[in-house]
Write a protein that binds this ligand. Structure first.
Ligand SMILES: [Zn+2]
Length: 270
């Protein structure tokens, strides 16, 4: 059952435009009251992504499966220090919590960070294991791609991964078009650029999501408003209309209704 606190926040947010943040890192926030504030400001669906063992555990701890939902993964930055045993431990954590989590993420390839061919290989290995796991468990993936978009797209195609969220999309308009054709979700951060606007134009509104990646880019989930405004302006839509579509897209793609109230954790620290 949702706590009284959450219900109260939901009541307070009723007159606000409802929003959804499809990718952030609440475990890195200094001040957890920002989560409460974001919910009060209408961000009623927030997906917090783990990036390593500690943050995966924390993502589970802070998710209430009412407003905040966990995704677990190993991001490419944390691959070099990862022992085989630790990878297995995380895979096991994902399996055990399958009913609660809404995606496997953050995972992906980051060739800007890879210092050698060996590191690239390690990233490919962990990414591949996570994609296989997503297929096995029937979960979506939340994917990071930096200086590696072509390889990420070809890997996803080769492994026949269907439910794909391209987080913090920073590819070209051609890559956006290809992602849209493959049925992937393209996620827009609160940062504008002409290339991002071009990418937005190539993706139907039904396949767009908004995110903050906070606290790395946005300050808190409330900043997802800026991502939604960017999408609305670029598409020539009303803000409220774009927000509604994006909330629907988020809840459909991550099967949010099927993950409600799955949290055994009674404590919410925000
Ligand atoms: Zn992220």
């Amino acid at each position: 059952m949702p706590t009284r606190q959450v219900l109260k926040e939901r009541d307070r947010s009723l007159n606000k435009v409802e929003l959804a943040d499809s990718h952030c890192h609440l475990d890195m926030l200094q001040d957890m009251s920002q989560v409460k504030e974001s919910i009060a400001n209408g961000v009623l669906t927030i997906i917090t992504d783990g990036i390593d063992t500690k943050s995966n555990a924390r993502a589970l701890e802070i998710s209430d499966n009412e407003n905040v939902f966990p995704a677990l993964g190993i991001d490419p930055e944390h691959v070099p220090d990862l022992q085989e045993r630790e990878l297995d431990f995380n895979i096991n954590m994902i399996r055990t919590n399958r009913a609660r989590i809404v995606a496997i993420g953050e995972i992906g390839l980051d060739f800007m960070l890879a210092k050698s061919e060996k590191e690239k290989e390690l990233q490919r290995k962990v990414f591949g294991r996570m994609l296989d796991l997503a297929n096995e468990l029937g979960l979506p993936v939340s994917v990071h791609a930096r200086e590696a978009m072509d390889e990420v797209l070809s890997t996803l195609k080769a492994r026949k991964v269907k439910m794909v969220h391209l987080h913090f999309f920073s590819g070209t308009e051609q890559q956006a078009e290809e992602a849209a054709k493959l049925g992937y979700m393209v996620s827009i951060p609160p940062l504008q650029s002409s290339s991002r606007r071009k990418a937005i134009m190539k993706v139907p509104i039904q396949q767009l999501l908004a995110e903050t990646d906070c606290p790395i880019v946005g300050k808190s989930p409330a900043d997802v408003e800026k991502s939604v405004r960017l999408i609305a302006e670029t598409k020539g839509m009303k803000y409220e209309e774009a927000a509604k579509m994006i909330v629907e897209n988020t809840r459909r793609f991550f099967s949010i209704d099927g993950k409600l109230n799955k949290s055994k954790s009674p404590l919410i620290r925000y």
